[in-house]
Write a protein of this length. Structure first.
Length: 149
C-alpha cells in the first residue's frame, strides 16, 4: 500500500478531469472567438453537449432567485415616496426647463404658493450657476437640489 486512500484518489481524479474540461473549454472559447476557426470550435463541441450547457445555464438563471425567496419573508420594505420622482441631489437642465417646472417636479400636487416658494429655494441654492435672472436657465446646467427642511 502506498498510503493513498480511496477518497484522496477520487478527489485527485475529479480535479484532473475538471482541469481537462477547463482546458478544453478554454480552447473552444479561443477558437470560437476568431471567425476563421469558429467552425473548428463547433466541431469540437458535440451538439448534445451544447444543448446540455444551454439548458443548465437557463435553469440556473431561472431557479437562482427562487432559492432564497423564503429568506426575505417578513423583512420590512424600504421607505418609498407615494408619488412623484425620488429626490436627487442634482438636476441636469434640458431644453424647455424652467425653475418653476423643476420645482413642480419635486413638489408634485402642490398649490401655486408652495411651488413659488420651492422655485425661490431652487434659485437660492443655484444663484451662482443661474446668474442674476432666475427666469433664464440654460440646457446643460447642473442644478443642486435645495437642502431639505
Amino acid at each position: 500500500m502506498t498510503g493513498i486512500d480511496f477518497d484522496s484518489a477520487l478527489l485527485a481524479l475529479a480535479i484532473t478531469a475538471l482541469k481537462a474540461v477547463a482546458a478544453w473549454a478554454g480552447l473552444v472559447m479561443v477558437l470560437g472567438a476568431w471567425r476563421p476557426t469558429a467552425e473548428v470550435a463547433r466541431a469540437l463541441t458535440p451538439r448534445a453537449f451544447r444543448f446540455l450547457i444551454a439548458a443548465g445555464l437557463s435553469g440556473a438563471v431561472t431557479a437562482g432567485g427562487a432559492a432564497h425567496a423564503d429568506e426575505l419573508d417578513g423583512l420590512r420594505l424600504p421607505d418609498r415616496f407615494a408619488s412623484g420622482p425620488a429626490p436627487t441631489t442634482t438636476r441636469l437642465v434640458v431644453p424647455g426647463d424652467s425653475l418653476w417646472s423643476i420645482a413642480t417636479e419635486h413638489a408634485p400636487g402642490s398649490d401655486v404658493a408652495t411651488v413659488a416658494r420651492e422655485t425661490q429655494r431652487w434659485y437660492d441654492a443655484n444663484r451662482a450657476i443661474v446668474g442674476p435672472d432666475p427666469n433664464l436657465i440654460r440646457p446643460g446646467q447642473r442644478l443642486s437640489a435645495p437642502e431639505e427642511r
